[in-house]
Design a protein around this ligand. Sequence first.
Ligand code: PLP
Length: 326
Amino acid sequence: MPEEIIFTSGGTESNNFAIKSTAFSNREKNHIITSKVEHDCVLNSCRWLESQGFKVTYVGVDEFGAVNPLDVKKAITKKTCLVTIMHANNEVGTINNISEIGKICKENGVYFHSDACQSYTKVPIDIKEMNINLLTINSHKIHGPKGVGALFIKKGTKIKAWQSGGSHEFNLRAGTENVSGIIGFAKAVQISNKKNVEYLTKLRDYTIKKIQENINDIKLNGAIGSDRLCNNVNFSFKGIEGEGILLMLSEKRIMVSTGSACSSTSLEASHVLLAMGLKHEIAHGSIRFSFSKYNTIKEIDYLIKVLKPIIAKLRAMSPLYSSDKK
Ligand SMILES: Cc1ncc(COP(=O)(O)O)c(C=O)c1O
């Protein structure tokens, strides 16, 4: 129903609103469950709630970056008001079993929020079947304008407006709406289609295969096959720093990231890779390649052509890599 969707300024705002406001609107309970691999806007919202007296359980993930629904089940107490677990991870592309998590939440009378910024239009989402109470999506991940997002709030969910002001968005999000941005977002949704997903899956699998064929001492991070987002590839390159690879690729006009794009100013190892059990030095040597429908096989061939000598050059300079070989 239209009144179940409110428009926001993006994924960050939707996540902040969903988590903080649900927590405060259900204050008689004070426990929230999330995972260790969420986006910073979720983790920092939860940390802030801890500073306000709430208790938060951060469940771990397996070696592929997936949350085990049974860990969520075990963490639920009589005091739990909200579970917030992302649909797909932004760094390693792993898709969580949110149907199972939603089922567990429903059985235990706990609200379920999922951050679907990465999966929206790429992985099917069935709000009813997945028992989702709150769902975050944003526009720029699907080629829509930046600075627009939305939050689905299931009718009957106990949640109050977070910011003070007028009665916009069914009294839930005060402030004049970004109408042109919202129209752009809607258009991006309309023109997204299954063919893009099939194309991106081919591009992803081709890239993984080519990197594995051409470069030694690497590790593919994240899930494989249908448990992985169609547009994500993440590799660790033994013995070297991801930052070095990133800089040298950028000189060749290839833009990649180490960890989350939003953490690109931080040189800390990725919290996602560390939660998956990677050692610091391996996590530091990781690169995330994200694709869009506008990328081509020819561009992937160019990537492989330039990546191979870059890795060799960095490894030749790296005391870490040569000491590995002795
Ligand atoms: C999984 C995830 N959640 C939230 C966000 C934040 O969204 P926004 O940049 O629209 O605030 C991002 C990045 O865009 C993301 O990848």
